[in-house]
Design a binder for this molecule. Structure first.
Ligand code: IMP
Ligand code: MG
Length: 172
């Protein structure tokens, strides 16, 4: 598999993001909301690069993507357990592709009146964007290729690769 981002480069990116978040959230006790499953590995590395108090929560969503009329609608399969009202929330995502997932999720979470809501994504494919979404903390922009590894899957496989590679096993 062609390696797009090797282990060392991932470490550097995550360390940089951790420093940015540490500086911005000192004393704010933010709630990091990790979007399962893909962002789990990124998130678990990221929080260990943050030298400030944080709390963890999780959401699991399924997106209809563009395949149905309900494109942009996001199904919440598992919600946060914490009350996010008045909290400084950081939404942690692995990759922003069309932007539908995060723009819908952002709208949903904002309606619960957090003190602030920021998005931290390891990767972004800007050429694929259909729904506008501001990424406050971004690791890296990548070209329009289907990638796997470091939490990202193809049909639930390859999440455990320590690097990010380009999947060439067929159309997806
Ligand atoms: P969006 O709603 O199109 O932005 O979808 C984002 C979600 O699609 C991500 O959280 C991933 O789960 C998935 N995704 C998008 N691009 C890729 C990729 O290249 N590899 C693996 N999963 C991807
Ligand atoms: Mg995902």
């Amino acid at each position: 598999m062609e390696i797009l981002i090797d282990e060392n480069s991932i470490k550097e990116i995550v360390s940089r993001l951790g420093k940015e978040l540490t500086a911005d959230y000192a004393g704010k006790n933010p709630l990091m909301v990790t979007i399962l499953k893909g962002s789990m590995i990124f998130s678990s590395d990221l929080i260990r690069q943050m030298d400030t108090d944080i709390e963890l929560d999780f959401m699991k969503v399924s997106s209809y993507g563009m395949s149905t009329v309900s494109s942009g609608k996001v199904n919440i399969l598992q919600d946060t357990t914490a009350d996010i009202r008045g909290r400084h929330v950081i939404l942690v995502e692995d990759i922003v592709d069309t932007g539908y997932t995060l723009s819908a999720l952002k709208e949903c979470l904002l309606s619960r009146e957090p003190a602030s809501l920021k998005i931290c994504s390891l990767l972004s494919k800007p050429s694929r964007r259909e729904a506008e979404v501001d990424i406050d903390y971004l690791g890296l922009e990548i070209p329009d290729k289907f990638i796997v590894g470091y939490g990202l899957d193809f049909a639930e496989k390859y999440r455990n690769l320590p690097y990010i590679g380009v999947y060439e096993g067929g159309t997806v």
